[in-house]
Design a protein around this ligand. Sequence first.
Ligand code: ATP
Ligand code: ZN
Length: 288
Amino acid sequence: MNGNLKLAIQKKGRLTEKSLELLRHCGLDIENYSERLIVSVRNFPLDILFLRDDDIPEYVQDGVADIGIVGENVIYEKQTQTTMLEKLGFGRCSLMLAYPENKELKKIEDINGRIIATTYPRILKDYLGSNNLNAKIIELSGSVEIAPSLGVADLICDIVSTGNTLMMNKLKKSFKVFDSEAVLISAASSLSDEKKNDMLNDLLRRIRSVLTARSSKYLMMNVPKNSLEKIINIIPSLKSPTVLHLADANMLAVHAVIPSNKFWSIIEDLKAAGASGILLLPIENMIQ
Ligand code: ATP
Ligand code: ZN
């Protein structure tokens, strides 16, 4: 017990690299972690525990770790007492129903009376309940995609991203059951140890600033003086744009922070309004 904040992340899997990358962007200097269970951070009072993702909600609930990074699908399935502190914007996936290509499923009610194989029985049960559907759930521990060809189930409910695994097993995806992304959890909204709570708040501030920076871009352009107002009306700026003089007295430079996903929808309007030399730059960090 060294008094450090303890963070659990997935030992080896889809969330491992993205979790470490987020922590590094928060300025944490993480020791080499190959095959170790616990690793310390050199410049922050934090220990990182590497665990199977399925065990993370329980370890956080029981206080073995103070906080954890895990998929919402796992949290929901495990039904532990944990609080979600922040959605982290990576590890996005969906739990979907899928069925053999040679079968028809026109409306969701068509699953009534059918058998569905899944590794997520709780999420599926809640989905069926809240949609007034009645199907039999078979819980498998893995490889659910082969259940229909083995004759064990009519449908499956599984995490789908590219759909390649489904295609290889002659299945097609249909209704979406659950959307998930990686989230930061703790046992309660604030930790009982005051020192650890301060550390957690510091870490949370850093994480939030990295997430805001990731979803924003720095937009720069040159505009004719007489189109300034028009241009400023087009820019979906988070704050008032910066306007700078240029050596050419008829031109101005305009800089603004914009949501990343808005760029492509405004570019043509900006050009039509006379903007030139448009640059879009990533933002390393943003403190609100
Ligand atoms: P572990 O050995 O830790 O139990 P796992 O095999 O259960 O690993 P992974 O396949 O590494 O887990 O997935 C971890 C999490 O990544 C999932 O629970 C889910 O939240 C998320 N995820 C994102 N995309 C996908 C995907 N295409 N398939 C499966 N999981 C995905
Ligand atoms: Zn797992």
